[in-house]
Design a protein around this ligand. Structure first.
Ligand code: XMP
Length: 326
């Protein structure tokens, strides 16, 4: 008979027994899964958990600051924030292939994460502890879908190895959520007293906006998509639909078209709106968003986002489409 309270209690006890006096690290993404995993483990071992949050340059607008603030101030987590945006964007320059983007972001993430992990564990080592723990927010669908079209490159999720640790230090994995579905994770998060804006957050891919910018990822294109994305999230929330749809977001296409603004001819980017309903992300139906909501999203994007002059709506379900465009 599964209840959140029971799950939390047994998990906290198990993690506490496992980790003993050891130290654990956890990569935060700002999403539900890694946050719930971190809060659970922090319940068990307190500030012997260090969370690492990396700005990969393709986060949502202001997310690097907002997430840090929430994680520290509202969740009381011990967070090391690393702004590596430039490093990621430099590596992404000129790359258009989706899987290469994923691979680059995955590899850079691991490199940045390893550097931080090493610093943290080296400091701990002086206390004589030899086993280090890595916390991951892997869910049941991640376990069974790990051979999907996107392969095992789901950034944080596939991070099973931290290199460069002192030789006699072993890294062991803690995956407290690996038997759970998303709705169960949300119930646990609520029971842990976590704020609704984290618990109800829609999934966001590890490679972030990079897989929503078709073609090359440049700082200018990231900025354009961040603005459009913010409008989509804002309007979907205002319409009371944010929790009803599984994901809703904007995609920046490598397509320019002609438009007219005032008495000026424009020649600018096209943005696609994607909104889907789903239980677990494995299959999805395109969401029949009300025309009024689509109208507001479209007119706001075209008038407020410099660089976009046309908005289209994606009416493809999964399968045969995927939720993300890349
Ligand atoms: P697709 O596009 O495969 O997406 O239908 C299914 C779910 O997975 C998310 N997704 C990812 N998450 N790294 C992630 O962490 C990735 O590379 C990745 N690709 C897709 C997607 O947002 C959706 O929720």
């Amino acid at each position: 008979n599964w209840t959140p309270e029971h799950f939390i209690q047994t998990t906290v006890e198990r993690v506490r027994a496992q980790v003993g006096n050891g130290h654990a690290i956890c990569g935060l993404s700002g999403g539900v899964d890694s946050s719930v995993a971190a809060v659970l483990v922090a319940r068990a071992i307190g500030d012997r958990l260090t969370c690492i949050f990396v700005n990969n340059g393709v986060l949502r607008k202001d997310e690097f600051y907002k997430v840090q603030k929430t994680m520290r101030e509202q969740l009381g987590l011990n967070v090391v924030a690393v702004d590596a945006a430039q490093r990621f964007l430099d590596k992404l320059a000129g790359i258009t292939d989706p899987e290469r983007k994923r691979k680059i972001i995955g590899n850079e993430f691991i490199a940045v994460f390893d550097d931080e992990a090493k610093k943290i564990f080296e400091a701990e080592k002086s206390s004589g502890e030899e086993v280090a723990w890595l916390v991951q927010g892997t869910l049941y669908p991640d376990v069974i879908e790990s051979s999907s079209v996107h392969g095992p490159s789901h950034t944080i999720k596939s991070h099973h190895n931290v290199g460069g640790l002192p030789e006699d230090m072993k890294l062991k994995l803690i995956e407290p959520l690996r038997d759970l579905f998303k709705d169960e994770v949300r119930r646990i998060g609520r029971d842990l007293g976590m704020p609704a804006d984290i618990i109800d957050r829609q999934p966001f891919p590890g490679p972030g906006l990079a897989v929503r910018i078709l073609g090359e990822v440049t700082p200018e294109r990231v900025a354009i998509l961040q603005e459009a994305d913010e409008i989509v999230v804002d309007e979907i929330k205002k319409a009371g639909l944010y929790k009803k749809v599984w994901q809703s977001f904007a995609v920046l296409l490598p397509v320019k078209s002609v438009g007219v603004m005032g008495d000026q001819r424009t020649y600018a980017n096209t943005c696609a709106i994607r909104a889907v309903e789903s239980e677990d992300g494995m299959t999805a139906d395109w969401a029949p968003l009300p025309y009024e909501v689509l109208r507001t999203i479209s007119s706001r994007i075209v008038s407020e986002v410099r660089g976009i002059n046309r908005v289209v709506y994606d009416i493809t379900s999964k399968p045969p489409g995927t939720i993300e465009w890349e």
